[in-house]
Design a protein around this ligand. Structure first.
Ligand code: EPZ
Length: 471
């Protein structure tokens, strides 16, 4: 909570930026590298907080790491594990420690201990699918309550055995954890109803270079054979489709024009369809995608967030801000997380016309149909947004606030910028280069307590409903 962003909006974003490597790929690739004692070299590594946290965590486990942040190149080698105990300070820091179980089960016979805050301030964030899948492979896992918090204790003293695993829901993390463990399990593992997000495919590409044999079928089946030999790996991290979509929406909503070098068409199909539906402009070029304001934006769209290849839940928040600039009413049905509209109240204070619903407003009922969570919304536009004092509760909500501030002519002051640092490389630099009036200043002490209290209240209100993601 160290810095503030000051943004005075009302200017179109114009120019060119380069997309960073994907946060949700790079962090997992680092964990995957722990499976082997060979050197792995990564290119296009994003210089963001979540990579830094994962790098520090891997160092604690025994990895030697050289990271040239400017060049985006990172070398990691884990010749020996120093420990299989994830230090307590990483618990709740992000979703990565739980993936250590899968990777370390494949590397060591020792007990693996992963502390967790359990139900943290922003919700419970269940990992039941991870645990059941790893148990199916023969791991012994139990949750023990300790003094301040609990921890998962996991071991496979006799090694793991391949199995057929049916996931109840195609969870990204559970699929990754299972794949990581399965590459070292004897025989063959089949994961049915697996997640097939591009970041998971990137992980599979890396593991194939490392020595694994993995097959992905079109029907969400992933088939993994035991890896018996490992090789040195060179791997270029795929582009961050969340970052690309974020800047795309900021460009169109501010009536600007931004070329995003490295943006990959294949990852953006569902997103580009919706951009075209509302009248936004884009042009897919040889080395990236240009996004621009083409004509009056029209609402009237229906968006249902979904697992890949559907419309990503992480695109939903900035898309709502984009829809504040479109004429007509649109409907968003969030089907991945039951509680991901916490940011809407701040947007309403800034002038957005948003109404929340507990029903499934869509063609299909989702997992949350019989629950009381607000997981559908109706947004009416166009509306004029006004500047505000904003506290960021999580990463994607944070970017949607930045976008709203870029649309408001008055100054907005945004605190808890560290959430943005975790997922957006050089946000202030990139937005400034596109012409935004944005400055980053240290948080004055007198504001610190106020910001903390306000965040605490927001979080306490949200935590009444479980599972709101904070990363
Ligand atoms: C990943 O989270 C991403 N995080 C998220 O990105 C992304 O929103 C999400 O996938 C969906 O695409 C990382 O990769 C670090 P899930 P993950 O397991 O793996 C429920 C961002 O902003 N569930 O697919 O945690 C869960 O509660 C972030 O970059 C269970 O019920 O997502 C949720 O409702 C936010 N039991 C749904 O599944 C489990 O054991 C999707 O979660 C696991 C998950």
């Amino acid at each position: 909570m160290t810095d503030l962003l000051k943004i005075r909006g009302g200017k179109p974003l114009e120019g060119k930026i380069k997309a960073a490597g994907a946060k949700n790929a790079m962090t997992k690739l680092l964990v995957a590298s722990l499976l082997s004692d060979k050197k792995c070299t990564f290119y296009n590594v994003p210089d963001i907080g979540d990579v830094e946290i994962t790098v520090n965590l891997c160092r604690e486990i025994g990895s030697e790491i050289a990271w040239d942040r400017k060049a985006g190149v990172l070398e990691i080698v884990t010749r020996e594990l120093k420990t299989s105990y994830v230090p307590q300070r990483y618990s709740g820091s992000n979703r990565i420690p739980i993936l250590m179980i899968g990777a370390l089960l494949g590397r060591t016979d020792e007990d693996i201990i992963v502390p967790t805050l359990g139900g943290d301030l922003l919700g419970m964030r269940p990992v039941d699918l991870h645990i059941h899948a790893l148990q199916k492979l023969g791991a012994k896992i139990e949750y023990r309550n300790m003094k301040k918090e609990g921890a998962y204790f996991a071991q496979a003293h006799q090694g793991l055995d391949g199995a057929v695993i049916q996931l109840n829901y195609p969870s990204v993390g559970a699929t990754e954890n299972t794949v990581l463990a399965a590459v070292r399990a004897r025989g063959t593992t089949v994961i049915k109803n697996a997640a097939i997000e591009p970041e998971i495919v990137d992980l599979i590409l890396f593991l194939q270079k490392l020595g694994a044999n993995i097959m992905v079928d079109a029907d969400r089946t992933i088939c993994i054979q035991q890896m018996t030999r490992t090789f040195e790996v060179e791997h270029t991290v795929l582009t961050d489709r969340n970052e690309v979509a974020s800047y795309a929406m900021a460009a169109i909503s501010t009536k600007g024009r931004v070329f995003i070098e490295g943006a990959e068409h294949l990852q953006m199909i569902a997103f580009l369809n919706k951009i075209r539906e509302i009248g936004g402009g884009f042009h897919v070029a040889k080395n990236g995608i240009e996004f621009f304001y083409d004509k009056e934006l029209k609402g009237g769209v229906h968006i249902e967030t979904d697992v890949h290849p559907g419309f990503m839940t992480d695109w939903q928040q900035p898309f709502v801000v984009l829809l504040t600039q479109a004429k007509g009413a649109s409907v968003i049905h969030e089907t991945v997380y039951e509680n991901r509209f916490g940011y809407a109240s701040t947007l309403k204070e800034m002038g957005a016309d948003i109404e929340l619903f507990t029903q499934c407003l869509g063609n299909k009922s989702c997992r949350f149909a019989s629950q009381s969570h607000h997981h559908s919304l109706v947004i009416k536009g166009p509306c004029t947004l006004k500047g505000s004092q904003i506290v960021i509760p999580d990463l994607r909500a944070g970017f949607s606030y930045v976008m709203a501030a870029l649309l408001a002519p008055e100054e907005s002051i945004i605190s808890h910028v560290d959430y943005l640092d975790r997922g957006y490389e050089d946000l202030t630099g990139k937005l400034s280069s596109l012409g935004a009036d944005i400055t980053r200043v240290p948080l004055p002490k007198k504001h610190l307590e106020k910001a903390k209290a306000s965040l605490h209240n927001m979080v306490a209100a949200q935590s009444k409903e479980p599972c709101a993601p904070n990363y």
